[in-house]
Write a protein that binds this ligand. Structure first.
Ligand SMILES: Nc1ncnc2c1ncn2[C@@H]1O[C@H](COP(=O)(O)OP(=O)(O)O)[C@@H](O)[C@H]1O
Ligand SMILES: [Mg+2]
Length: 278
């Protein structure tokens, strides 16, 4: 594998097995993507297109049928449980609903300390200080450590989820609809935080969202997924300004424009495009 790449997914096929009355679902079909260190690859596509499946496959919890997932020079598609455990530190997820992934019965401090100690990133005496540092970095007050997830709003919880991921010093963070549940103004704050952290630490993101505007804002390059296949990928500006696929154009048209005049103009163009031509 080329030395400068952090992640290379090669011809990945992921299939959820069928049941007695259910056909198997091929959720990723021959997917290939690459991420360089410090780069953000946006992954966009409508609901059900296979975005989360790709993130889950990289994290080691989707049923990979074939293909390779190179993390640096190692194929991790079929990593052993022991190696997988080490990889969980280097590849961290941030999901849409942090409440689902934060233990409601544990203080935020205990949750953040847990990973540090499990992976021996800090001694018990250093851990509290590291937790305080990270709470500060993500913009939460120190007393957050003694509180519980239910004490916080969605945006604050997402900051906790970011601290929990970043405190592990990962090299790749998989953000799966990380801001999709948040109000627009809070979304912007959390996106800015994610961008700042990338600049500070040089980590790379796989940034998954159904929202093309968010993906464009965050990404160096973008891959467009449709029915489990990558239909288009390239520099974010090229994909947004010169989409080659009708599917990508349709995704772009679903993005609300900030300017009402532009919005009206676009509506008019779309109407023309959909009118019969005879
Ligand atoms: N655990 C699962 N078992 C069976 N089918 C699944 C499972 N997870 C996802 N799928 C199916 O795989 C396809 C892709 O889903 P997903 O990767 O979640 O898409 P996205 O994140 O783009 O919305 C969908 O058809 C979905 O119903
Ligand atoms: Mg999803």
């Amino acid at each position: 594998m080329t030395e400068q790449l952090l992640l290379r997914v090669e011809r990945l096929v992921v299939e959820y097995p069928g049941g007695r009355h259910r056909a198997p679902v091929r959720a990723n079909d021959d997917v290939s993507i690459e991420i360089a260190p410090g780069e953000t690859l946006g992954l966009v596509g409508e609901s059900g297109s296979g975005k989360s499946t790709l993130g889950d496959a990289i994290l080691g919890f989707a049923p990979v049928v074939s293909g390779r997932i190179w993390f640096k020079d190692e194929d991790i598609a079929q990593a052993s449980p022991g190696r997988r455990r080490e990889l969980t530190r280097l590849i961290q997820p941030i999901f849409q609903n942090p409440f689902g992934s934060l233990n409601p019965a544990r203080t935020i401090g205990a949750t953040l300390r847990e990973g540090l100690l499990a992976h021996r990133l800090a001694s018990p005496s250093q851990a509290d200080q590291r937790v305080a540092q990270w709470l500060d970095i993500v913009g939460l007050p120190p007393e957050t450590a003694d509180r519980y997830p239910s004490d916080f709003s969605g945006g604050q919880r997402q900051r906790v989820a970011i601290a929990r991921a970043l405190i592990m010093e990962p090299e790749l963070v998989i953000c799966d609809e990380a801001v999709s549940a948040l109000d627009l103004s809070i979304q912007a704050q959390v996106l800015n935080l994610l961008s700042d952290l990338k600049r500070r630490t040089g980590l790379a993101y796989l940034f998954i969202s159904h929202d093309m505007a968010v993906v464009e804002h965050m990404s160096d390059r973008v891959a467009v997924l449709h029915h489990g296949r990558v239909v288009e990928q390239g520099p974010a500006a090229d994909i947004v300004n010169h989409p080659s696929q009708p599917y990508t154009k349709a995704l772009l048209e679903a993005v609300p424009l900030p300017d009402p005049v532009a919005q009206r103009a676009r509506r008019a163009t779309r109407k023309e495009a959909h009118e019969p031509t005879q």
